[in-house]
Design a protein around this ligand. Structure first.
Ligand code: ATP
Ligand code: MG
Length: 587
């Protein structure tokens, strides 16, 4: 139960509702326990009449009608109270589920990218859905049935013992066996349903992957192989389902068998005691039979509850592992808020822990406010990594990154990121309308502002040609854009923030030379007021910038402006001559 202690704060938070719920359960149980006594009375009256101790049939009838009426009344009242119990305790379990999901989600957002590299998305999703719902079962049904059973057991035991101690012992002796069997059975059912869940999620991931990659599947003509794989997975799933159903099918017959045994014991022992005169009237036997039937489900539920608690404990353990995980990145919410736009790298180095690759090796440069920097280098030279370090997606390993002469660590990270517009290499857009994707950069942007940045990014004319214009839905539910269109929408999304620093990471690569030139030309108005960094393989994207650095294996191998670099032997000049010849070839 140690892991579940984490949830005590919620017990406290919803204490009023829970206490009210417990109170209502107790009342409902007491009301329901009137019934066996009334049935005993009724049977006794009939017995007395048969024996001739009561002469008038009318008085028997009146008593029976009165009893029936009281039983009905108690049942209705108990029903209403049971309804109210669900309204209190089960509702609390839903509130806790909601709170816990939010808590986990907030934690997910705080954790760094390396955390996401270590954990699979499916696993993260499971913790927020399946694990939380198992914990909810502990809070709702487990708590409710525990209180219910405990109240019922205490009161019933008291009533029964008062009538006949010996009969009581015989009656309840099969119940612990019932509880234990159900506990074992629930354990097996839980394991098997988890196996079913796993095979089901394998099957759906497989299907999803094939649908996503349907173009490749068709063009490589591997439909047959994929069908066979599907068959295998599907067969495994079917077998697992059948083995689960077998266990589930045992549940009720087993319960009925044990109730039957209890009933037989009551009739046999009770009958003997009645004959020997140990119990005074036959009504007690009827009363005990009702008790046995009333107790069966609650006692069986004890076994079920224990397995729920076991599962909740395991799930909460997995949740706690995440909640205890500290973000490697310090958000420093009380830090400096505003930046002007100058950036400096002082002997910065960075190694990816996962691959042990030193992607940035002792880099230094200074970029003044409203100046521009180009980063050139072969693939894998460290351009994207350098850009990620600027927004502190990763912590640097050595050196210092400064904004306006203050260390990056002194800034409130959220404020810092809001003032930097990054267009990343992989243009990611959400399955939402174009306008909402752009407004991601600034929630309350007017349509005029959106249009303005789209014109600068050179995409406005293409958007208005879509039948729904800016309201066109993208992605799974809507249309697909070309790589170049996506890149330009991402540029618009970064521009709308009005960033102090604009960073374009190789995001003009999908454009033809002419469109690239047009965009760079229109971006010039932005460059005037913004510090800009552009990384690229193509010199045309960076040649007009104030300063250019050439990276190779994480190191700066050349530095200067375009004029200087084309006159210097090295990588830049080589690429320049090659790209120039290519252009000539085309002409
Ligand atoms: N998440 C990561 N985990 C481990 N290693 C990584 C990771 N991302 C990049 N690397 C490695 O770091 C090095 C630099 O990668 P980076 O993405 O910065 O290169 P790049 O210059 O942007 O390349 P490209 O021009 O292809 O975009 C590469 O060797 C790469 O394999
Ligand atoms: Mg890159």
């Amino acid at each position: 139960m140690t892991e579940l202690k984490y949830l005590n704060k919620y017990l406290f938070k919803y204490k009023t509702n829970l206490l009210l719920g417990f109170f209502i359960i107790i009342i409902a149980r007491i009301l329901l326990l009137f019934t066996p006594g009334l049935i005993r009375e009724s049977v006794n009256v009939i017995d007395e009449f048969r024996k001739g101790n009561i002469i008038s049939i009318e008085s028997v009838q009146t008593e029976l009608i009165e009893n029936i009426f009281l039983i009905l009344l108690a049942a209705i009242a108990a029903g209403i109270f049971t309804f109210l119990t669900r309204q209190t305790i089960i509702n609390v379990s839903r509130y806790v589920e909601f709170d816990l999901k939010n808590e986990i989600y907030t934690q997910y957002q705080k954790l760094s990218l390396s955390f996401y590299k270590k954990n699979q998305t499916g696993d993260l999703m499971n913790r927020i859905s399946e694990d939380v719902s198992r914990v909810r079962m502990y809070f709702g049904p487990a708590l409710m049935y525990s209180i219910n059973t405990i109240t019922l057991l205490i009161i019933t035991f008291f009533y029964m013992y008062r009538q006949s101690p010996e009969l009581t012992i015989y009656t309840i002796s099969p119940l612990p066996i019932l509880s234990y069997t159900i506990f074992k059975l629930s354990g097996i059912i839980n394991i098997r349903s988890r196996i079913v869940q796993e095979s089901l999620s394998k099957l759906s991931s497989f299907t999803q992957e094939v649908f996503t990659g349907i173009q490749i599947v068709k063009s490589y003509a591997i439909q047959k192989n994929k069908s066979l794989e599907f068959d295998n997975l599907s067969k495994k799933n079917k077998d697992n389902q059948i083995s689960l159903v077998k266990m589930q099918a045992l549940f009720f017959p087993l319960m009925i068998l044990l109730i039957g045994i209890s009933n037989i014991l009551v009739i046999y022992v009770g009958g003997k005691q009645y004959l020997s005169g140990e119990i005074e009237n036959i009504g007690i036997i009827a009363e005990f039979i009702i008790y046995v039937n009333m107790l069966t489900w609650p006692v069986a539920s004890l076994g079920w509850i224990s397995s729920i608690i076991q599962q909740a404990e395991a799930s909460q353990k997995r949740i706690n592992e995440f909640l205890r995980e500290k973000s490697e990145i310090n958000y420093n919410q009380n830090g400096l808020k505003k930046i002007n736009g100058s950036i400096e790298f002082k002997d910065v180095s960075f190694t990816y822990t996962e691959s042990n690759i030193k992607a940035i090796d002792n880099i230094s440069f200074k970029l003044n406010n409203r100046k521009s920097l180009g980063i050139i280098g072969v693939t894998g030279s460290g351009k994207t990594t350098l850009i990620k370090l600027i927004t502190k997606i990763y912590n640097i390993e050595a050196g210092e990154i400064l904004f306006d002469n203050n260390s990056i660590n002194e800034y409130d990270l959220e404020c810092l990121r809001k003032q930097i517009g990054v267009v990343s290499q992989d243009s990611f857009l959400f399955s939402d309308s174009i306008i909402n994707n752009i407004r991601f950069g600034k929630k309350k942007a007017t349509i005029k502002e959106v249009e303005k940045v789209c014109k600068i990014a050179g995409i406005h004319n293409e958007i208005i040609k879509f039948s729904n214009g800016y309201e066109t839905i993208l992605g799974e539910r809507g249309i697909n854009l070309s790589g170049g269109q996506k890149q330009r929408i991402c540029i618009a999304r970064a521009l709308i923030k009005g960033p102090k620093i604009l960073i374009l990471d190789d995001c003009l690569s999908a454009l033809d030379n002419e469109t690239e030139e047009k965009i760079i030309h229109s971006l010039k108005s932005v460059f005037k007021n913004t510090t800009t960094i552009i990384s690229s393989h193509r010199l045309s994207s960076v040649q007009n910038l104030n300063e250019i650095i050439v990276l190779d294996k994480g190191k700066i191998i050349q530095k200067g402006n375009h004029e200087l670099l084309i006159n210097q032997n090295g990588y830049y000049k080589d690429v320049y001559s090659k790209q120039l010849t290519k252009k000539d070839d085309k002409i």
